[in-house]
Design a protein around this ligand. Structure first.
Ligand code: G3I
Length: 317
């Protein structure tokens, strides 16, 4: 059996972020990415700095390759991400644009990217990481130049460009009930009142065994479910202080278990995606000094206790 093939909830997909360099170079990686999962997310190749490095010159090649890979494997694609404060092209961040120019640039980017993939993206992370942990909106060129309305605009432009894609707002540290997830909830309520086309909330799920797992995740996700929204765990990984050991791996398994149970307990949770599946390729060691080994498989593709925990959850679902 494979993760994606388990469980009775046909509407729930189990996915992974995909590193395109690994996909091209590493046969065991490619086999696992194809065989274990029923959805895929590009780790980097749909980000603005990749698809439009030079203003007006688009490079869709790597992203199209992932979409083709998914189609060949019967997988759905989570698009990541149309609008973020990070990994923006230099011509944009170094440009000195008026608010009007920036709004037109953003509208063109969303229209062109969502339009390019029209009909081929299941769920888009339209707006990524718009909030600070205290629940205020994150300072970015978007907020500074366009005001908070940039969020509603992004969703409207994405819907116009691809009416079929489900449109998500995505963030981290919103797994439990806290100032950030509550602010996001309140924003979504407001957006829905304004008939903004938002369909779902992406909960990234980047955890560390050094912090308590978000045991109130189901209460949090129910708030969004009660609004009729879809939810997804979009970037699950559970990092440990290195060197890893069996005790840390058990704690890691608990973290993954809490995230997946939160999804399984939420009627409209439609996707559980891990942010990469093997320690051989992970963003974590380069970001969190002294931490790592965050994935379901180790660098030799051996399954860890976390993988077994997820399979047990899915079999019981
Ligand atoms: O592609 C260039 C390469 O040409 C260059 O030689 C190399 C060295 O400078 O950099 C390469 O780009 C790197 C890119 O990953 C592709 O590998 C960037 O430096 C590096 O910063 C980038 O890291 C990504 C990170 O987002 C950037 O913020 C990680 O792979 C990716 O896993 C991570 O993913 C984010 C989600 O998009 C949003 N949620 C948080 C998550 C973790 O930060």
């Amino acid at each position: 059996d494979t993760l994606g093939g388990l469980g009775l909830r046909a509407d729930l997909r189990i996915g992974t972020a995909v590193d395109m360099a690994a996909l091209a170079a590493d046969a065991p990686y490619r086999a696992k990415a194809a065989g274990e999962f029923t959805s895929v997310t590009p780790e980097n190749v749909m980000k603005w700095e990749v698809v439009e490095k030079e203003r007006g010159t688009y490079d869709w090649a790597a992203a199209d390759e992932l979409v083709d890979f998914a189609r060949a494997n019967g997988q759905l694609v989570r698009g990541h991400t149309l609008l973020w404060h990070n990994q923006l092209p230099a011509w944009l961040t170094e440009g000195d644009f008026s608010a009007g120019e920036l709004r037109a640039i953003l509208r063109k980017h969303i229209t062109d990217e969502a339009g390019h993939f029209k009909g081929r993206i299941w769920q888009w992370d339209v707006v990524n990481e718009a909030f600070n942990d205290d629940g205020t909106l994150r300072d970015s060129i978007w907020l500074r130049k366009l005001g908070p309305g940039y969020i509603a605009d992004a969703f409207r432009w994405a819907r116009q460009a691809d009416p079929k894609a489900k449109l998500f707002i995505n963030d981290y540290n919103i797994e439990g009930v806290n100032a950030k997830s509550t602010a996001l909830h309140d924003l979504v309520v407001e957006l829905r009142k304004q008939h903004v086309p938002i369909d779902g909330v992406g909960i990234q799920g980047h955890l560390s065994v050094q912090y308590n797992a978000p045991h109130d995740i189901a209460d949090n996700m129910k708030r969004f479910d009660d609004l009729g929204l879809e939810t997804a765990i979009t970037e699950a990984d559970v990092r440990v202080p290195m060197p890893s050991d069996s005790t840390k791996q058990e704690a890691q398994a608990e973290g993954y278990d809490v995230l997946l149970r939160g999804c399984l307990l939420t009627r409209r949770c439609t996707d559980f995606t891990v942010w990469g599946f093997t320690d051989k390729y992970s963003w974590v060691p380069g970001t969190f000094e002294g931490e790592g080994a965050a994935n379901l498989f180790d660098e030799n593709y051996a399954a860890k206790p976390a993988y077994k925990a997820l399979t047990q959850d899915l079999l019981l679902a």
